[in-house]
Design a protein around this ligand. Structure first.
Ligand code: ADP
Ligand code: CDP
Length: 206
């Protein structure tokens, strides 16, 4: 069984996916962390983020891999854990350029499709491109202001700065961010995190 949770930046995907996965007793898979890790490694190596061939070779040479778990995903480059370095503003600013490369998308998709089921997969295109056959699909939204206020609790920047960066990332991610036609769209703005998790679980169990 695969459940997909897609949505715009900071809409609650990973928190909701983690809650749903824990309730179902299965792992969740954060596709965004692979794009973030590819970006971090590219930046550290001084590679131009639009040069797919060099970037891919670097990712493969560093044995980049995702460790899905219900409590939170971890990302490794060989023996080095990258997890805590993936949510910086520097990675935020570069990740959409890396995610726009078809070669990088194909590499991420292959990593995800090799994972053993069952799991909850979250990202932008889980229900459309990567797992179109998923049993249940969800798409999370919320206004830019609500999302920026939530993320401001996790970042040093102010709400307006975060809101501008989120809106710009939404724009750059538009191509891969359309909801699947069979996805249930949930506006998380008026709901609590627990409320969103309950709504998803009720639909999965129906
Ligand atoms: P994403 O994975 O889409 O970037 P996150 O899961 O990181 O989003 O969520 C951003 C923050 O919003 C988290 O701290 C989460 O707990 C918080 N949050 C607050 N209310 C909600 C809600 N109703 N639904 C989802 N997340 C919420
Ligand atoms: O949680 P947030 O939306 O801030 O970021 P994320 O889900 O970790 O995704 C980071 C970036 O990776 C996005 O801005 C997209 O550029 C890219 N991404 C993607 O293109 N496709 C996915 N399935 C997941 C992420």
């Amino acid at each position: 069984m695969i459940v997909t949770i897609d949505g715009v930046a900071a809409s609650g995907k990973s928190s909701v996916a983690s809650g749903v996965a824990r309730a179902l007793g299965i792992p969740y898979v954060s596709s965004g962390l692979l794009y973030r890790a590819a970006t971090l490694l590219g930046l550290e190596a001084g590679l131009p983020l639009h040069q797919a061939a060099a970037l891919l070779a670097h990712l493969q040479g560093n044995s980049l891999r995702l460790e899905p778990r219900a409590e939170g995903n971890r990302v490794w480059a060989g023996e080095r854990e990258l997890t805590l370095e993936l949510h910086s503003s520097r990675v935020d600013a570069g990740v959409s350029a890396v995610a726009a490369l078809p070669e990088v998308r194909a590499w991420v998709d292959a990593q995800l499709r090799a994972l053993p089921e069952p799991f909850v997969a979250e990202g932008r295109d889980m229900g459309t491109t990567v797992f179109p056959h998923a049993e249940a699909k969800f798409y999370l939204t919320a206004s830019p202001r609500v999302r920026a206020e939530r993320r401001a609790k996790e970042r040093p920047e102010d709400v307006p700065v975060i809101e501008a960066a989120l809106t710009e990332r939404d724009r750059l991610d538009t191509v891969q961010s359309a909801p699947a036609p069979d996805a249930q769209v949930i506006d998380t703005g008026p709901l609590t995190l627990e409320g969103v998790i309950e709504e998803v679980l009720a639909s999965v169990r129906a």
